[in-house]
Design a protein around this ligand. Structure first.
Ligand code: SF4
Ligand code: SF4
Length: 224
C-alpha cells in the first residue's frame, strides 16, 4: 500500500490562494484505507476549506485507484459541470494519482497529501515500510526480509559492527534487519545460506522514471 499523510491546511490554503472555487477528488484505494483521502476525509477537507472561505463546487472519491487513468477519466467526465465550475482541483491521493488527474484536465491541480512510502499494513493505525521499489528483488536470498528497506544503511551483507542485542545501531528501538534475516534463516534450516556473500546492489534496475508497455516489451527511463 502507498502510505500518505495529509498536508497541513495552511500549506493547502497557500497554494489555493487566488482559487475561490475548488473541486475535491479523493482516492478510494490506498488513501481511503489508510484514512487520508477516502470519503470521510474528502468530506472533512471540503468542510475545512468552506470554513476557510472557499467554495466547494463538488467532491468525489474514485472507486478504483486514482492513478488508474481509465476510471479517473470516466469519473471526471461524470462530474464535468462541477469540475468546470472550479478554479482548481484538490486531489487527496498519492503523487501518482495527482499527476494522473493533472494530465486529464486543463486547470490547476494541487495535492492535499504527502506521499511517504510503500508499506505493509499491520492494521488501520500501524504500517511499516517494506519495499523501496529497487527493481531487482533480492528477497529470495534474504529469507523474504528486505535489507534494502529495513537496514538504514541498505547493507547487502550484515549485520554491521554496530548492532547490539539484536537492535540496529541507527535506531536502538528497531530490530537489526540482518539479525532478523539470520533468525528467520535459522528457523527455516537455512543457516548455511546466511554465509553466502552478496554482491553490491546494482541500482541500474531502479532507474527513474519507470515506463512499461507490455505490448511492446518493457522499457525504462524517459518521460512519456
Ligand atoms: S529487494 Fe527491492 S524489490 Fe525486493 S522488497 Fe526490497 S526494495 Fe523491494
Ligand atoms: S545494525 Fe543491522 S539494520 Fe542497523 S545498520 Fe547495522 S546491519 Fe543495518
Amino acid at each position: 500500500m502507498v502510505i500518505t499523510e495529509q498536508k497541513k491546511l495552511e500549506e493547502i490554503l497557500r497554494f489555493l490562494e487566488g482559487c475561490e472555487r475548488v473541486f475535491l477528488l479523493g482516492c478510494g484505494v490506498c488513501a481511503a484505507t489508510w484514512g487520508t483521502g477516502g470519503e470521510k476525509e474528502t468530506r472533512e477537507m471540503a468542510a475545512r476549506l468552506a470554513e476557510a472561505g472557499k467554495t466547494c463546487t463538488g467532491w468525489v472519491v474514485t472507486e478504483e485507484a486514482t492513478c488508474d487513468v481509465r476510471t479517473t477519466r470516466r469519473l471526471l467526465k461524470q462530474h464535468n459541470a462541477q469540475v468546470e465550475a472550479a478554479d482548481a482541483l484538490l486531489v487527496l491521493s498519492c503523487g501518482a494519482g495527482v499527476q494522473t488527474v493533472a494530465a486529464l484536465v486543463d486547470m490547476p491541480v494541487y495535492p492535499a497529501l504527502n506521499t511517504l512510502f510503500l508499506a505493509r499494513l499491520q492494521n488501520l493505525s500501524v504500517c511499516d515500510e517494506r519495499c523501496r521499489l529497487c527493481g531487482a528483488c533480492i528477497l529470495a536470498e534474504t529469507a523474504a526480509i528486505c535489507p534494502v528497506t529495513l537496514c538504514p544503511k541498505g547493507l547487502m551483507n550484515g549485520p554491521c559492527g554496530g548492532y547490539k542485542d539484536g537492535k540496529c545501531e541507527v535506531d536502538r528501538e528497531r530490530d537489526c534487519a540482518w539479525v532478523a534475516i539470520y533468525e528467520r534463516m535459522e528457523a527455516l534450516g537455512w543457516r548455511e545460506r546466511f554465509l553466502i556473500i552478496h554482491e553490491p546492489k546494482d541500482w541500474n534496475a531502479a532507474r527513474h522514471p519507470g515506463f512499461i508497455n507490455k505490448r511492446e516489451g518493457a522499457a525504462a527511463g524517459g518521460a512519456r
